[in-house]
Design a protein around this ligand. Sequence first.
Ligand code: S3P
Length: 451
Amino acid sequence: MSSHGDPIPMTSRRGGPLRGEAHVPGDKSISHRSLILGAMAVGETRITGLLEGQDVLDTGRAMEAFGAEVINHGGGEWSVHGVGVGGFAEPDQVIDCGNSGTGVRLIMGTMATSDIAVTFTGDASLNSRPMGRVTDPLALFGCQAVGRAGGRLPMTLVGAKAPVPVRYVVPVPSAQVKSAVLLAGLNAPGQTVVIEKEATRDHTERMLAGFGAELTVEDTDEGRVITLTGQPELTPQTIVVPRDPSSAAFPVCAALLSEGSDVLVPNIGLNPTRAGLFYTLQEMGADLTFENMREEGGEPVADLRAKYSPDMRGIEVPPARAASMIDEYPVLSVVAAFAQGQTVMRGVKELRVKESDRIDAMAQGLRAAGVEVDEGEDWWIVTGRGFGNVPGGATVESRLDHRIAMSFLVMGLATEKPMTVDDGGPIATSFPIFEGLMTGLGAGITRTNRP
Ligand code: S3P
């Protein structure tokens, strides 16, 4: 989908406590990968708990365009009949990945070593994001790309006829780039090696191994060295998608900020490459606990309990933690506005090339709500005003960015005056049940009547 229809302005206001259980949807990263790897396996992969957000639905449609059969059985149950590694057919239409950088970059990697030509496009947000970070390493396999200035979509990729394996050091901390190279390596003969200096989310590695690929990971002086042996036959899997820690962040932070709240967010994956926000909140003094810690599918899982936490203080977030909470900085900056003192966030240049420039989007909205923010290219500092002291009362732009919209709606639950976002529509890309889930907990979130 290249646009999501009429804007949906939404307003949030301070009210009673949030109470109850928040059952957040399936993990977005794992959902994309389940569909893509299912399409590369031979036979039927069954998926339970798939995130049915627009981003993932767009990836499912794309897999069908490449020849896989994707079936929705209802209630989060899906199956994919894959075509096998190297079995992708050439789609007869443009592949529209909507708002999803993960979708388009992983799919580009997956088709880059097949002898097919594919044109990709997306919405205005996606079409402004850099694709060179993926097409540069894909060129090493023999894949050609022609797009708009600055390596932007729409863009056509012509996959390699005779792919060669690649050794690639990922120049930016990006799981999407790492994954694109690994997925391309699947259909190249021999060993593809990807080296990342900073560990990013490792779902692709874990899932490739689960589907039967030969893959090793070593920590060396050079970084994390991932070696994949190409042209395996992937075995279809039964996948239970864990709930998304990045979605859990919103009800958790809303509970910390709303007086009298006590919210349980069950079954959240605490994979160390994803859980940085929760440790950061604990260091800030949040009343956030991990209950019923256990292992599921080889991953640590817990029920998160978040209670109103009026005594939080700003901290310097360790830059080494950035990759493990990269999607959570917008909502962290909201919590920081209510803490005492400064929250310093460094080493976060990647935030500038997400669905929006997230430092700029949050800084502008926070300032409009009366909060001081300083920023540089790869850092920003929020000066907290303490509870009961954040004015709010602003209308902010969500900039086609789901996490910007949700962050400001969380903010308005604790500001003096309500906060309005100009368009809550993008929330459906990753958290389609956000509105109902939050109001079910007692949050004062409403659709705003337009004049
Ligand atoms: C994702 C990787 C991250 C993250 C995105 C999902 C993934 O992007 O921001 O929401 O599933 O691989 P980068 O790889 O660009 O950091």
